[in-house]
Write a protein that binds this ligand. Sequence first.
Ligand code: ZN
Length: 326
Amino acid sequence: MAGHHAKYDDMVESSGLTMENHRRCSARAGKGKRLWKKVKYQLVEYHCLPGYLRDNEYILGHYRSEWPLKQALLSVFSIHNETLNVWTHLIGFFLFLALTIYTAMKVPKHSVKEDLANIIAPLMMRPITRWPFFAFLGGAMFCLLASSVCHLLSCHSERMAYIMLRLDYAGIAALISTSFYPPVYYSFMCNPLLCNLYLLSITLLGISTILFSLLPVFQNPEFRTIRASLFFGMGLSGVAPILHKLYLFWGEPEVFRTTGYEILMGALYGIGALVYATRIPERWKPGKFDIAGHSHQLFHILVVAGAYTHYRAGLVYLRWRDLRGC
Ligand SMILES: [Zn+2]
């Protein structure tokens, strides 16, 4: 250990840094080129980060700081405090890609049981349009991939972090907006005016959230709660069409089933937003959850679980409308 460090200890002394500082901020210190390469892409601690990378003071170490794009991209395969943030949503993206392919291939086709129903009651089996369902799947894939890339590349530079964060917020707003499409479309498709009014409102709300997130103040750490509340409020506005749906179709089993899924999804997203805003558990034991178990990773898993719940609800809507028509 001591021998290994001897060379760059000299370098550190010559550059006027204390040993302690060097160990902690090695990625930002020193001049010797060959030695420099060895220590360049080491992970650093929170207090060594430039201001724009300081987001969560309860995550103490294992930060990548101002890495070139190539190294940042390759870091998808190494361990640092964003590894699981990247992978939770990358796996989520591939899950939704698989669900999209599965839905496109299987769901519109009739099963034997459905064909039987078709013979018995041909008028009842008219598959209705799938676009609202695919809009949701597209929104989910965009959100998950954007988030994953954001976590991977934000450490590159201030400019990159700025662009990536906007992409991340746009992804969240897109996921929430497109999540409204299947329930709203399939609940109110027989009343085009009402249906379009709901779809237009949520689309405009989504677009204004994205525009608001473009304001520079939006990314300040003090805005964490406001960010969470804004997205939370957007999701909460979904209560209106759900109550409306229950009022119109009270007593139909599919309506209760979809509402059950929607309550579960709301709970998952709600807990996610709460964990994100409170930064539990790392606030209780700073530094203990740097690599695994910190709030952002829990938030990511809850988002994927919430979106999957919504996918299941979407399948119930499709089947319900295929059978029921208008
Ligand atoms: Zn994230």
